[in-house]
Design a protein around this ligand. Structure first.
Ligand code: NAP
Length: 230
């Protein structure tokens, strides 16, 4: 594996993102972690650098990528973790705010960050992009139409980007977690059997693998990590 890779991780201190950040730091990479409120002190590692941005905003996203390029001159790996969840109502009761929130957090942010990062990777002639979608992208469920549609569209975006960038040695893949064993999920559903949920550290390990030389021939994939749930 290439030494001292520059890895940009979105949603880097969230329930899953903190495992992804720790996994890339453990692999010896330099990690630029981004979210709206992130700080360098969030991870006690000299190879961690925080750069705050709102990825639902195109200008903020471009500024983030410009700052990374100015400081590090390249982005070897992008792991796009950030996203959000709203749901609980059928389609006919879903309001505009919920629809827009899901599209902005889960789809528009992905469009913004891919659009900003891909030119630098194409210029370098290499790169790895991994996006966290969801099981709901391929298995829609009742009551989560806006979330499911936004994640399905994210997978579509990833597959187009994979086809467009094969010529430059860039791989672009999606991971589809089922419900994960995060602090927030344990608090939201304390009676659940947590052992059935997908371990976030395994999702993080898959992101590290998809970013490796060994995964150089895998692109356009959407890989399920469902845990033990049916
Ligand atoms: N949790 C699950 O069971 C589950 C299952 C399937 C898929 N997923 C997906 O996995 C990913 C991570 O989920 P999670 O549970 O770790 O979520 P989380 O704990 O809510 O973390 C979300 C992260 O995104 C950042 N963020 C939110 N809005 C942002 C914005 N506008 N611009 C930049 N950063 C923003 C947040 O930090 P700030 O507040 O500082 O911005 C936070 O770091 C999401 O894409 C989610 O849809 C989760």
């Amino acid at each position: 594996m290439e030494e001292n890779r520059i890895v940009l991780i979105t949603g880097a201190k969230g329930g899953l993102g903190s495992f992804v950040t720790e996994a890339f730091l453990a692999a010896g990479d330099t990690v630029i972690g981004t979210s709206k409120s992130i700080r360098t002190s969030d991870f006690a590692n000299p190879r961690f650098v925080a750069m705050a941005a709102d990825l639902t905003d195109a200008a903020s996203t471009r500024q983030l990528v410009d700052s990374v390029m100015q400081r590090f001159q390249r982005i070897d790996v992008l792991v796009h973790v950030m996203g959000g969840f709203s749901g609980g109502k059928p389609v006919e009761e879903t309001d505009d705010a919920t629809w827009d929130r899901m599209m902005n957090l889960n789809l528009r942010s992905g469009f913004h960050i891919l659009r900003a990062v891909i030119p630098a990777m194409r210029a370098a002639g290499s790169g790895r992009i991994v996006a966290i979608a969801s099981r709901a992208a391929v298995e829609p469920a009742a009551g989560i139409a806006a979330y499911g549609a936004s994640k399905a569209a994210l997978v579509s975006l990833i597959k187009s980007a994979a086809l467009e960038n094969k010529d430059r040695g860039i791989t672009v893949n999606a991971i589809l977690p089922g419900t994960m064993n995060t602090d927030a999920n344990r608090k939201a559903d304390p009676a659940a059997d947590f052992s059935r949920w997908a371990p976030p550290e395994h999702v993080a390990d898959l992101a590290v693998f998809l970013s490796s030389e060994a995964a150089s021939q895998i692109t356009g994939a959407a890989i399920p990590v469902y845990g033990k749930e049916a």
